[in-house]
Structure formats: structure tokens, C-alpha cells
Design a protein around this ligand. Structure first.
Ligand code: F6R
Length: 261
């Protein structure tokens, strides 16, 4: 696992955008895994800027969402598909039909998880998966005690996560759906490169547990310890609980030029 500590969220976003730019240039048909929520927004804004300057194109890319709320009507502004179209994919040249997310409408809910796994598999798997981390250590919406081998499925959000996300629903926790469809931890671990971004003091505790704590289903993000290629991008505030922070800084500062994240 590579831990990169940056002075601010924007510098972390530049490093993630560099990795995505490299992928877009190397892979003829790159497959991106996209997280929603606040943490990856600076990455999306950086990618939009690079697209507008003609540096990158998403014309041959595909994108898969990590998760989706269940029961919001299609086109609801806080449905994750609407969110990502508004904040990112609708502002670059990713073809409209190249974006997929789990189908969280109640019709067909039972078949949606398997259908989503099939879509990802048929696309050749995800090259680079962006992740955030919840205050309870979740990745995707795999809440504590999620099986470390889980696949895409229906999950129930914890009260803590619904409270965290109420800010997107006029601070009304009752408006936050109770159920979601999420890529499982096993699904996430299948991606070829995982890039987790966490910024701000509220992420210090879950980051410390995920990176330096034991592998446990109580901290789903600790499952990243099993993956051969993980980059954790944290600003100083999110890094403040890390015991080995100086070692991570030294390793990154002395990294050979030929070895990108
Ligand atoms: C979003 C997702 C979640 C968020 C996490 C952190 O697609 O899967 O795991 O990444 O809840 O959310 P923010 O970034 O809003 O703090």
C-alpha cells in the first residue's frame, strides 16, 4: 500500500488526476470506477480542467459507479448517477451510454446486483477504482461487518452514514434512503488499481484504522491491505492519526521517477 500525504486536498487531487491521465493515454479502452460524495470532487474538477484544455479525452472510456441509493426516482438530483453526471461525466466527453451504475430503482432490484457484476466483467474489469472512506471505515457502502469477499448487493446504511449524508438531503435524515446497492468488497478488490482519497480531520481515525490497524470486517477499508496496488491519498489533516507518517513521506519523496503511483 502506498500512502501519499499532501499539504492540501487539491494536491492530492492532482496526483489522482495524473494517474487517470496516464491510464487514459496508455489504455485504448480504459475502465474507470467512480466514487461519489465530497472527497473525489477536487479530482473530478481537475480532470474537467484537463479535458477543457484538450489534454485528455474520455471518448473511449467506460465508467462504473461504486454504489447507488435504492428507491430514489430516476433523475433524482441526489441519485448517484445524477450526481456524477452533474459533477463530472456530463462535463467531459464520456459518451452518455458509457456510464453505468447499479439500478437502484425498486423494479428489478433482485436481479440488479448480478446484472451489474456481469456488466463490469464484460467490460474487462475496472482499471482504476476511485474510493472515499466513510467515518465508520466503509468503502463503497460496505458498512462495518460487511463480508470481505462480498459482491454487489443490497445493503442497509448505518445511522451514522445516513446522518453523514443528510447534508445532501437538506439535512433531513429521514430523506436519506435506508437501502443502497453497492459493489462488494470482493468486487472492489478485483479492480487493478485502487486510489482512495481522504481529506479533513473527520477522516483521520478511519484512515489510521484502515491503513495501520488489523484487517477486520469492522473497518471495511482495511480490506485494501489485501490488494497488490493501492494508493491512499491523504491531506495532513486526514493523515494526523498515522503512526508511520514520516516513513510514508520519506518513501514518497525518494520514489524513483520511473515508478508512478
Ligand atoms: C460514495 C461512496 C462512499 C463515500 C464515503 C465518503 O460513492 O461509496 O463510500 O466515498 O461515504 O463520503 P465523503 O467523500 O462525502 O466523505
Amino acid at each position: 500500500m502506498e500512502i501519499v500525504i499532501t499539504s492540501d486536498p487539491e494536491s492530492a487531487a492532482v496526483i489522482a488526476a495524473d494517474a487517470i491521465e496516464r491510464l487514459l493515454k496508455i489504455e485504448p479502452n480504459p475502465v474507470l470506477g467512480l466514487a461519489t460524495g465530497s472527497s473525489p470532487l477536487p479530482i473530478y474538477h481537475e480532470l474537467i480542467r484537463r479535458y477543457q484544455r484538450g489534454i485528455i479525452s474520455f471518448a473511449h472510456a467506460r465508467a462504473f459507479l461504486l454504489d447507488e441509493y435504492v428507491g430514489l426516482e430516476p433523475g433524482h438530483p441526489e441519485a448517484y448517477k445524477s450526481f456524477i453526471q452533474r459533477e463530472f461525466t456530463g462535463q467531459v466527453d464520456l459518451p452518455h451510454d458509457a456510464l453505468d451504475g447499479p439500478d437502484g430503482t425498486t423494479k428489478g432490484l433482485q436481479s440488479a446486483p448480478e446484472a451489474y457484476e456481469t456488466l463490469i466483467r464484460e467490460a474487462g474489469g475496472i482499471d482504476l477504482q476511485l474510493l472515499g472512506i466513510g467515518s465508520d471505515g466503509h468503502i463503497g457502502f460496505n458498512e462495518p461487518t460487511s463480508s470481505l469477499g462480498s459482491r454487489t448487493r443490497l445493503k442497509t446504511l448505518t445511522d451514522a452514514t445516513r446522518r453523514d449524508n443528510a447534508r445532501f438531503f437538506d439535512n433531513d435524515i429521514d430523506a436519506v434512503p435506508r437501502h443502497v446497492l453497492t459493489q462488494g468488497i470482493g468486487t472492489i478488490l478485483d479492480a487493478r488499481h485502487l486510489v482512495l482519497i481522504a481529506t479533513g480531520e473527520s477522516k483521520a481515525a478511519p484512515i489510521a484504522l484502515a491503513v495501520e490497524g488489523p484487517l477486520t470486517a469492522m473497518i471495511p477499508a482495511s480490506a485494501l491491505q489485501l490488494h497488490p496496488r493501492v494508493t491512499v491519498l491523504v491531506d495532513e489533516a486526514a493523515a494526523s492519526g498515522l503512526l508511520n507518517a514520516n516513513y510514508y513521506r520519506e518513501a514518497y519523496e525518494n520514489k524513483p521517477d520511473w515508478q508512478p503511483i
